[in-house]
Design a protein around this ligand. Structure first.
Ligand code: NAP
Ligand code: ZN
Length: 352
């Protein structure tokens, strides 16, 4: 075991504070990484505040962070994919059984024995896993990704969750040139959704509650922007979308968006609000529309997404912060005031 510096919360209401944790020494299939940047996902906030107490109750102390980019410092004897000095990335998963039908299909995120990067039982320590708000992490090699060398590292970190979570459903629902695609909520996930839909050739419409984000939406790749609180603007798009990606973290009127789909259109939820959303079943029935969900993406697809980003030079638009500003960043996340992802510069943890 070795000691790592980290920031943790000790209850649903306490602020983040500096702590020291134990990490395992790499076993034969492990990669040890010095973390350079870690994005702040709204899921980190949901988990830190125990907002998912039903499905995934938080175990304290909790150290979130699953948008990790860093440099390999040590590898186990059986690791061939990485060597010390390589750039490496870790997303939302750090282990799974690799033998079940889900894993064999490349969908490790649905493995019944999957281990998330934080707040999952940790078979090595007997406690729970600790995430990327830390100076280092040790991860099984299968779950470590390669980062294209042309990408800015602070902006690449959010690809590991916000990137794959928006890329995967767009590939699954066949977003291509000529399709009309909506993205609801211009936050960390939403702004990546806009970049991907645009890069895939779709006609992209952003739905936002924040009129101040209109120019940014257009700059990020949207063809049109709708202020979702304006009923007239909303009505213009009724029955017209092939696909809508909903990345909203709070309660909202999902049926208004279902009605915007054309026949056989699909709306996929990636946002994970605390409370259930009421759905107008008639809106689904009358045009054979579908309403579905999507969880991050498998490891092979995550690598495909990173390579796609390398090729198209896509990274998140980030506001880089020192880790000492994390509590302030959480307050701003709650106010939808992020342009468009916070990325923690882990160098700020060095002298603490
Ligand atoms: P975020 O940066 O906070 O963005 C959420 C956006 O939702 C806000 O910027 C805002 O956009 C919009 N919004 C917020 N409150 C709203 C309200 N009351 N009504 C309507 N719109 C509202 O969050 P994020 O990191 O992108 O995460 C979004 C959600 O996805 C979270 O629930 C997170 O847990 C979930 N998530 C799911 C997965 C998955 O695998 N499915 C992965 C990662 C995250 P505007 O200002 O444009 O309206
Ligand atoms: Zn996330």
């Amino acid at each position: 075991m070795f000691q790592a510096k980290a920031y943790s919360v000790t209850s649903a209401t306490s602020p983040f504070a500096r702590t020291t944790i134990e990490r395992r020494d790499p076993t034969e299939h492990d990669v040890q990484i010095e973390i350079l940047f870690c994005g702040i996902c709204h899921s980190d906030l949901h988990q830190a505040r125990n907002e998912w107490s039903g499905a995934m109750p938080t175990v304290y102390p909790c150290i979130p962070g699953h948008e990790i980019v860093g440099r390999v410092t040590k590898v186990g004897s059986a690791v061939t994919k990485f060597k010390p000095g390589d750039l490496a990335a870790v997303g939302c998963m750090v282990d799974s059984d690799l033998t079940c039908p889900e894993c064999k299909a490349g969908l490790e995120q649905f493995c019944p024995k999957g281990v998330f990067t934080y707040n999952s039982p940790d078979k090595h320590t007997g406690g729970v896993t600790y995430g990327g708000y830390s100076d280092s992490i040790v991860v099984r090699d299968h779950f470590v990704l390669r980062v294209p060398s042309n990408l800015d590292l602070a902006g690449a970190a959010p690809l590991l969750c916000a990137g794959i979570t928006t890329y995967s459903p767009m590939r699954h629902w066949n977003v291509t040139k000529g399709k009309k695609v909506g993205v609801v909520g211009l936050g960390g996930l939403g702004h990546m959704g806009v970049k991907f839909a645009h890069a895939l050739g779709a006609h992209v419409v952003v739905f936002t509650t924040s009129p101040s984000k209109k120019d940014d939406a257009l700059r990020l790749g949207a063809d049109e922007v709708v202020i979702s609180r304006n009923a007239d603007e909303m009505a213009k798009h009724a029955g017209s979308f092939d696909f809508i990606l909903d990345a909203v973290a709070a309660e909202h009127d999902i049926s208004a968006y279902i009605n915007m789909l054309r026949r056989d259109g699909n709306i996929t939820m990636v946002g994970a609000p605390e409370k259930p959303l009421p759905v107008s079943v008639f809106s689904l029935i009358f045009a054979r529309r579908s309403f579905s969900g999507s969880l991050i993406g498998g490891i092979a697809e995550t690598q495909e997404m990173l390579d796609f980003c390398g090729k198209h030079n896509i990274t998140a638009d980030v506001e880089v912060i020192p880790i000492q500003k994390i509590n302030e960043a959480y307050q701003r996340l709650l106010k939808s005031d992020v342009k468009y992802r916070f990325s923690i510069d882990m160098a700020s943890l060095k002298n603490e």
